[in-house]
Ligand binder design. Structure first.
Ligand SMILES: *Cc1c(COP(=O)(O)O)cnc(C)c1O
Length: 457
């Protein structure tokens, strides 16, 4: 038993419910504001972008929301995902800690993102949506939604940050193989894109700009197209809770309970997905697991950002939400963990962090690659640069336990594999990777452009 490394569930163990932490959240949610009026939005505004079922999930306080049979059927392609004890890493570190990881890289596209992509495509199909728009940075989200739209026969337009479009052709081809149309953002397809290209034809784009373009296309389509977001929103984090629900059962099989659960945070969805079911156990069943979110020092929205209302995108078209933010005009430095380059943070994660129910730490780029390589050499899997942030923190926890002579049980989410990130690994191996300090001056500048919100008075 003590040598066992894989804790495998069967198809029947795929969760039948998503866990909605807002049903147990001691923090009252803040309203979502209209980007024009800065007053609380009506469901009408949101329904231009999203199908009603997802809007209802966004504001729901039901603790458990049933997963439709059609979604569970598709989840079977990769769920339940493995929970693996990293005994070889433990040995390499010489730590008394036990380290487990939940492997979301086992999905067909190589990350956790299809958990929500499939759900969002399902609810859009049910509402009669024929076409979706979305943005993607390095391509993880675009690929996930492309796969999901292919399963439900929905057309998809992906606005891909231009620098990634040019540097990472394989994710684009992956999306096109599923049948999606991919455009290098900023494009000449939108008013906003054309205005940016007029100022600078060589604009290489950003996630905030790509979101603005995808939102503009949906909002001006006369109801023909809806928009889909891969992180940040409550319904996205809800769909990701299948990760933590499975992990709870698998830790039970392992006969241990985590002292700390760790995930990297970009918009907060894979961390929320693994952490919320454990947070429920903390809130309801007297457990005391520490929940640790890990972000880059280059975009430290939780540890350095301000908790306030801000726009979700650069062009101020997306809804305004209360979150930890570096300012919507902040241009994140070019770290290789593209999925973590976002100025804001999920409002749900932000409120829980503000209430002291979760912890956060920021780590530097080179240290994350160092941890990733150590992990690869011990366990064989090459992690996504995003996930490597969680690995860095897990190794630091294991080394701290070693220094203190403690047996600590550590669980982290391996949100994806790094098979499309070989250029980053090459740079690291050649000693060409930069570290980024906290960009204090740029954040201070961006703070001048926060919306002047008078609600709530
Ligand atoms: C997108 C992505 C992330 C960051 O997004 P979250 O919503 O914070 O989870 C992390 N890891 C991988 C592999 C990703 O693709």
């Amino acid at each position: 038993m003590s040598d066992q490394t894989h804790f495998n569930l069967s198809e029947n163990d795929i969760p039948k419910y998503w866990y909605n932490v807002n049903g147990d959240n001691p923090v009252a949610p803040s309203p979502v504001l209209h980007p024009g009026t800065l007053e609380p939005v009506t469901p009408d505004f949101l329904s231009v972008l999203f199908p009603m079922e997802l809007i209802l999930q966004e504001i729901s306080t039901e603790r458990f929301i049933p997963i439709p049979a059609e979604v569970r059927e598709i989840y079977k392609l990769w769920r339940p995902t493995p929970l693996i004890r990293a005994v070889r890493l433990e040995k390499a570190l010489g730590t008394p800690a036990h380290i487990y990881f939940k492997y979301e890289g086992a999905s067909p596209v190589g990350s956790h993102k299809p958990n929500t992509a499939v759900a969002q495509a399902f609810y859009n199909k049910a509402a009669g949506t024929k076409a979706l728009t979305t943005e993607t940075g390095a391509g993880q989200w675009g690929t996930s939604l492309a796969m999901a739209c292919n399963f439900f026969d929905i057309d998809l337009e992906v606005y891909m940050v231009k620098v990634s479009y040019n540097q990472k052709p394989y994710r684009r081809i992956f999306m096109e193989t599923y049948g999606a149309q991919v455009f290098a953002s900023p494009t000449d397809r939108t008013h906003y894109g054309r205005s940016l290209l007029a100022q600078d034809p060589n604009n290489t784009g950003s996630l905030g700009i790509a979101i603005s373009e995808a939102v503009e296309v949906a909002a001006t389509s006369g109801g023909q197209k809806k928009y889909s977001l891969g992180s940040v929103l409550n319904h996205v984090l809800l769909h990701q809770t299948v990760i933590g629900e499975e992990a709870l059962k698998q830790m039970d099989m392992a006969g241990e309970y985590p002292d700390v659960v760790i995930g990297c945070v970009g918009g907060g969805s894979n961390f929320g997905g693994i952490a919320f079911p454990f947070l429920r156990e903390n809130l309801k069943n007297g457990k005391r697991t520490r929940l640790l979110a890990v972000e880059p020092t280059a975009t430290p929205s939780l540890t350095k950002g301000v908790y306030t209302f801000d726009y979700g995108d650069t062009a101020q078209m997306a809804p305004v939400v209360k979150m930890h933010t570096l300012g919507h005009t902040f241009m994140p430095p070019g770290i290789h963990a593209g999925g973590l380059r976002y100025h804001g943070m999920s409002p749900l994660i932000s409120s829980l962090y503000d209430a002291g129910l979760i912890e956060a730490v920021a780590v530097k780029q080179r240290a994350t690659f160092e941890a990733a390589v150590q992990f690869t050499k011990a366990e064989g899997i090459i992690p996504a640069p995003e996930s490597s942030h969680a690995i860095r923190a897990a190794i630091d926890e294991a080394l701290d336990a070693k220094a203190k002579g403690e047996k600590r049980v550590i669980v982290f989410n391996l949100s994806g594999h790094g098979h499309f990130d070989m250029t980053s690994y090459e740079k690291y191996l050649q000693g060409e990777l930069e570290d980024y300090e906290y960009p204090a001056a740029a954040v201070q500048e961006a703070m001048q452009h926060l919306p002047q919100v008078s609600f709530p008075a």
